[in-house]
Design a protein around this ligand. Structure first.
Ligand SMILES: Nc1ncnc2c1ncn2[C@@H]1O[C@H](COP(=O)(O)OP(=O)(O)OP(=O)(O)O)[C@@H](O)[C@H]1O
Ligand SMILES: [Mg+2]
Length: 343
C-alpha cells in the first residue's frame, strides 16, 4: 500500500538518452537523465546553454524531430504510463491536456492567424465536454486569471495585437485552460524585462498553488529557481550532476559545476563590489557519450580518476545526490587530499 502522506510521482524519467544525427556528426544531447517530479512539486532544471535542458523536456512530450533526433534508451513515465510507448494519437491527447508546455517564444504555441478566443476554446473543447459557450466563458476566465485587463473585450484579438508580456500571459492561459496536471515551462520569461518577468512568475506561482499542479521550470536564472522551486537538478553535458532541495543547493553546493555556477551569478547577499567569476572554457561538443567526467577539463578540483571514469549520480552519506569523485566540506575539497593538484 502506498503511504497516503507521501506525494505520488507525476513524472519519472529513467536513464533517458537522446541523440541527434547531424551533418556535422552525432550529438549526444541527453546521456542518462533520471529524475522525478511529485504531485504539487516545482522542480527547477538549470545549467548552461546546450546542456540538454530543452531536449530532455521536449522529449517528455515527444516534440523532438525524429530524424534527426532519436531516443536511444530510457523511460518517461507519466503517472506510471511510459509516454515513449504511446501512439501518436495517444500522445496528442496528453500533450496540451494533462501535460502542458510553455516556451520562451510564445509564438511557438500561438497561431498568428487565429483569434485568441478560437485557440483557447479549441483546446478546451478538445480536452473537456464543455459546450462552445461554456468554453468561451472559461477562456475569458483563464485570461483574467493571468492578469489580462478587459479579458472579455480582448478575447477576440489576434496574438500580434498583444504586447510581448501580454502574449506570454496568453500562452500561459492557453497552457492552463485544460487544467493540466503538470506544466513544463522552458525559459518562460527570459525574453522579458525584469518587471514583467516578476509579474509572470507571480502568476505562475499563484496558479500552481491554486491548482495543485506540478511544475518543471527550466531556466538559466538561479534567482528564479530560488523563488519558485522546492527542488533543483543541475545539468551538464546531458547529465544531471547534482540534485538537491533548493535551499540546500544554495547553502551548500556540492558539485564543482554547481559551485562554479553559483559563483558566476550575482546574489542578493553579495558584498558591494564582488566580481562575478564566469566559468572558464566551454561545455563539450558531445560527439560521443561521455565516458569520464565531462566537467573535468574546466574543473579546478579534477584529479586522475575524474579523467578516467564517469561519476554516477549517487547519494552522499546524508542522502544529497551528486556525481563527483571529490568530497567537499563547506565548499572546500577534503577528499582526495590532492584534488586539483594532479592536473
Ligand atoms: N534538432 C536538433 N538537431 C541537432 N542538434 C540538436 C537539435 N536540438 C538540440 N540539439 C543539440 O542538443 C544539445 C542540447 O540542446 P538543448 O536545446 O537541450 O540545450 P539547452 O540546455 O536547452 O540550452 P539553452 O539553455 O540554450 O536553451 C545541443 O548541443 C543542441 O545543439
Ligand atoms: Mg533550451
Amino acid at each position: 500500500m502506498s503511504d497516503p502522506a507521501k506525494p505520488l510521482p507525476v513524472l519519472e524519467l529513467d536513464d533517458l538518452r537522446v541523440r541527434f544525427k547531424t551533418d556535422g556528426g552525432m550529438v549526444h544531447a541527453v546521456n542518462g537523465v533520471s529524475f522525478r517530479v511529485d504531485e504539487g512539486e516545482a522542480l527547477g532544471v538549470v545549467g548552461e546553454s546546450g546542456c540538454g535542458k530543452s531536449v530532455t523536456n521536449m522529449t517528455v512530450l515527444r516534440l523532438i524531430p525524429t530524424p534527426p533526433g532519436e531516443v536511444s534508451s530510457g523511460t518517461i513515465k507519466y503517472r506510471g504510463t511510459d509516454l515513449l510507448k504511446l501512439s501518436a494519437k495517444e500522445i496528442r491527447k496528453v500533450r496540451g491536456g494533462k501535460i502542458a508546455m510553455i516556451f520562451q517564444d510564445p509564438m511557438t504555441c500561438l497561431n498568428p492567424f487565429l483569434r485568441i478566443s478560437k485557440q483557447l476554446t479549441e483546446a478546451i473543447l478538445l480536452h473537456s465536454d464543455m459546450t462552445p459557450d461554456e468554453a468561451r466563458e472559461r477562456a475569458i476566465q483563464e485570461l483574467e486569471r493571468v492578469g489580462i485587463p478587459d479579458a472579455a473585450g480582448r478575447v477576440d484579438s489576434y496574438p500580434h495585437e498583444f504586447s510581448g508580456g501580454m502574449r506570454q500571459r496568453v500562452m500561459i492561459a492557453m497552457a492552463l485552460c485544460t487544467d493540466p496536471d503538470l506544466l513544463i515551462a522552458d525559459e518562460p520569461t527570459t525574453a522579458l524585462d525584469v518587471t514583467i518577468q516578476a509579474q509572470i512568475l507571480d502568476v505562475l506561482r499563484r496558479l500552481q498553488a491554486e491548482k495543485g499542479m506540478s511544475l518543471v521550470l527550466v531556466t538559466h536564472d538561479l534567482a528564479v529557481v530560488a523563488g519558485m522551486c522546492t527542488r533543483v537538478v543541475v545539468m551538464y553535458a546531458g547529465r544531471i550532476v547534482e540534485e538537491a532541495p533548493v535551499d540546500d543547493l544554495f547553502a551548500d553546493p556540492r558539485h564543482p559545476y554547481t559551485i562554479a555556477l553559483l559563483g558566476s551569478v550575482p546574489r542578493l547577499d553579495d558584498p558591494v563590489g564582488r566580481h562575478l567569476t564566469p566559468i572558464e572554457g566551454l561545455p563539450p561538443k558531445l560527439a560521443e557519450e561521455p565516458t569520464s567526467c565531462a566537467f573535468a577539463p574546466r574543473c579546478t578540483y579534477a584529479f586522475d580518476r575524474c579523467r578516467a571514469e564517469l561519476p554516477k549520480l549517487e547519494p552522499d552519506p546524508d542522502g544529497r545526490l551528486r556525481a563527483c569523485f571529490v568530497t567537499f566540506k563547506d565548499g572546500v575539497p577534503v577528499e582526495p587530499v590532492d584534488a586539483g593538484g594532479a592536473a
